[in-house]
Write a protein that binds this ligand. Structure first.
Ligand code: PAF
Length: 278
């Protein structure tokens, strides 16, 4: 049986309202398509907690800067729908850009807290665009819960803060990173890696593990990680750092858990990874 696909907010809302009228718990899996095993694991994870699942596919223009890859971002809706048929997704929401951002749309979102630094230093537009689209998706869908991958760890914290600060009645769940056999975190953008770049990309996770396990003072461990990345063939390092896992601030005596995070570039491909640190 083919999955129902809704292109309009009104249709998707009507579907959710019907499910909720039947007392069903509804979950949302927001994606930008180009689905891989990491996305499918989000569906599996949320399926254990709700009765019906919407997966959204929307390449959100608001989170791309003018020089970034919006026009070339991998898109294959037919393959995505086929992949979702094998999951517990009950319907798919694929709005157009005009449906999400009608002409004359002006809001801009200014974020503080965990949105500051790291990704924002490199992609200042990014979290405003993510908050905008996730806020709209949650408002429109009125789902009971939504799930995001830990691969984009800072994004996950930003969304949790937004939901808390705006008192949105939705539970935010997270799911662990799904990796290739050499440890490379799965990402839709991995298709940009050339055959020469692919083995280098696999080193990111090993270097992250060393950073996360290092007994050295953070500044020293971070410098060693940067050196290892450059020696391993990465073109440049945006950050390799240990942060407070809840706030992403530099750890201090109040820090309970720490997170190691790396963003590094291989030519024009930007790779992210993170894990719990000692
Ligand atoms: O992580 C992503 O794929 C996107 O940033 C999200 C959360 C679907 C918003 O467009």
């Amino acid at each position: 049986m083919r999955l129902p696909v809704h292109n309009t907010i009104a249709d998707m809302r009507a579907q959710v309202a019907a499910w909720k009228a039947d007392g069903l718990r509804v979950g949302l899996v927001p994606t930008m398509g180009a689905l891989h095993a990491g996305h499918l694991s989000l569906v599996a994870e949320i399926a254990a907690r709700c009765d019906r699942i919407i997966t959204s596919i929307f390449v959100n223009p608001a989170q791309f800067a003018a020089h970034e890859d919006l026009s070339t971002y991998p898109r294959d809706e037919a393959a995505d729908l086929e992949a979702l048929e094998t999951t517990k997704t009950d319907c798919v929401f694929t709005p157009s850009a005009e449906e999400m951002y009608p002409s004359g749309f002006t809001p801009d979102v200014l974020l503080q807290g965990p949105a500051l630094g790291l990704e924002s230093d490199n992609r200042p537009h990014f979290f405003g665009g993510v908050a905008l689209v996730v806020g709209k998706l949650l408002t429109h869908s009125q789902t009971d819960m939504a799930i995001f991958g830990e691969k984009d760890y800072q994004q996950l914290l930003v969304i949790r803060h937004m939901v808390r600060d705006l008192d949105l009645p939705v539970k935010i769940l997270s799911a662990p990173i799904i990796r290739e056999t050499d440890g490379l975190a799965m990402s839709s953008r991995n298709v940009y890696l050339s055959d020469e770049q692919r083995p280098i990309a696999g080193k990111l996770n090993q270097i992250l593990e060393t950073l996360a396990d290092s007994p050295a003072p953070p500044a020293q461990a971070e410098a060693q990680a940067c050196e290892a990345l450059l020696a391993g063939g990465f073109t440049s390092v945006d950050y390799a750092t240990i942060r407070d896992a809840d706030t992403l601030a530099v750890p201090d005596e109040t820090t309970k858990e720490r997170r190691a995070l790396i963003a590094a570039r291989l030519g024009s491909v930007r790779l992210l990874d993170n894990m719990a640190a000692r």
